[in-house]
Write a protein that binds this ligand. Structure first.
Ligand code: FES
Length: 119
């Protein structure tokens, strides 16, 4: 199994993300507000935008009535900088609008202060 220390836990605050390298691949490491780490290929599935130039945010989802909107999942969504596709960090990088599509993702574990990405 290939694995690599990609950064320190202190390099990424909760609610932030950072591009790094895993071998030759450019990987996006995200830290959600609960402190968990996730890693994805740093490339949008649409036209390849670098997702680290986008934002981590929430989304207007779970609307129950027409005209009623709820902003939820703050810090759990990556929004692409080019055309706004949104990917669910806690659900394997699945696209909100089309969950069958997802970002290539990696496993992550933390040992002491090290954030380790592996396949
Ligand atoms: S490149 Fe990401 S939405 Fe188009």
């Amino acid at each position: 199994m290939k694995e690599q220390v990609v950064c320190k836990t202190t390099d990424i605050d909760p609610g932030e993300m950072k591009a790094t390298n895993f071998g030759k691949q450019n990987v996006l490491v995200c830290r959600t507000l609960d402190g968990e780490f996730y890693a994805f290929l740093n490339q949008c599935t649409h036209q390849g935008a670098p997702l680290d130039k986008g934002i981590m945010c929430g989304a207007t989802i779970d609307t129950s009535k027409p005209g009623e909107y709820h902003y939820r999942r703050n810090g759990e969504i990556i929004r692409c900088p080019w055309h706004g596709r949104e990917f669910d960090i806690k659900n394997e990088g699945r696209m909100l609008a089309n969950p069958e599509k997802k970002l290539p993702n990696y496993k992550v574990r933390v040992e002491d202060e090290d954030v380790i990405v592996y396949k």
